[in-house]
Write a protein that binds this ligand. Sequence first.
Ligand SMILES: NC(=O)c1ccc[n+]([C@@H]2O[C@H](COP(=O)([O-])OP(=O)(O)OC[C@H]3O[C@@H](n4cnc5c(N)ncnc54)[C@H](OP(=O)(O)O)[C@@H]3O)[C@@H](O)[C@H]2O)c1
Length: 334
Amino acid sequence: MKALVLSQHGGLENLQCVTDYPMPTLQDGHVIIRVGASSFNYHDVFTVKGMPGIKVPLPVVIGLDFAGTITEIGGQVTGWQVGDRVLVNPLNKTKGLMGEMLDGGMAEYCLVSAEQLIKMPDAVSFEQAASLPVAYGTAHRMLITHNTVKKGDRVLILGASGGVGTGCVILAKKLGAEVIACASSAEKLARLKEIGADEVINYKDVDFSKWAVEKYGKPQRRNYEGGVDVVINFTGGDTWVPSLRCLKRGGKLLVCGATAGHDPKEDLRYVWSFELQIIGSNSFYMDNLTALMDMISKGEITPMIDKILPLEQASEGLRLIQDREVLGKVIITP
Ligand SMILES: NC(=O)c1ccc[n+]([C@@H]2O[C@H](COP(=O)([O-])OP(=O)(O)OC[C@H]3O[C@@H](n4cnc5c(N)ncnc54)[C@H](OP(=O)(O)O)[C@@H]3O)[C@@H](O)[C@H]2O)c1
């Protein structure tokens, strides 16, 4: 079958679309899925490069997020039928993440444990479902499960143009927040406005933290005036301390990643003086994905899909993410 295979760590040239990858073999407790769509995340860039402490069994079919149709059902599987449309939660309880520790969704067919399946509502397309788990699922957990954003909050989102970022913009707007979206180009900012951002900042040209202090006033230690209520920061690096500086007293800094560096300079004075809360989020659960598909089928949200590419052009799709040239998700259809 066709599959996007990583044979050794390094650059994107190590990813190859092959046509002779072995078909998965059915196992008890599992189903085989014909993949309808899969999507990339920045995580796939890390997987291709290789991450310290994570030993990926190579070669591996990459792709964490995917949705498709069940074509075969193994022994001991109940409640599913051939032809069911399903979204896959990529976290396999015994082996780890699909597309990293075991073959993932960038292929024509994939073996999946029945525990990882979620039935798709008819009104949700494969492309929409495949855009959800890692990016929107994490955004949903960060904002909704952890109850961090409420109506009227000023929410400043760094990296708003990415997968998690557009998910945060869309969900924060749905919660009634005032959204300040930060991205690195005028084109991205224009599109972020189209999906609901109230304010946009090009943080290549403008210091986002100073911008927020000028716009909303200096955060006060003795009252709750000035600054923003929430900063969403999965960039890390030198954006960390500026994020602390523009939060109002009692403000929340939400973090689920560190694309630009996980050990930034810290300034604890802001944390205690302004009684800031730093709230981490990791991953997502079945309830996040079910809730997101429900929102799509009710017409309450539409995931932001930038490009849909065939499997043969999948490496180019990941290059776009690596080089920060996307707005939202890149979807691959085998
Ligand atoms: N803990 C979890 O469960 C979890 C789940 C999902 C994601 N994550 C993490 O969250 C981060 C975002 O993931 P994603 O899939 O949404 O990524 P993405 O689609 O590539 O978006 C990341 C955005 O961050 C911005 N950015 C700022 N500095 C960057 C840099 N130095 N390198 C690359 N991009 C930079 C880019 O927008 P501009 O060019 O406009 O600045 C980019 O669009 C990643 O670090 C990922 O590992 C963690």
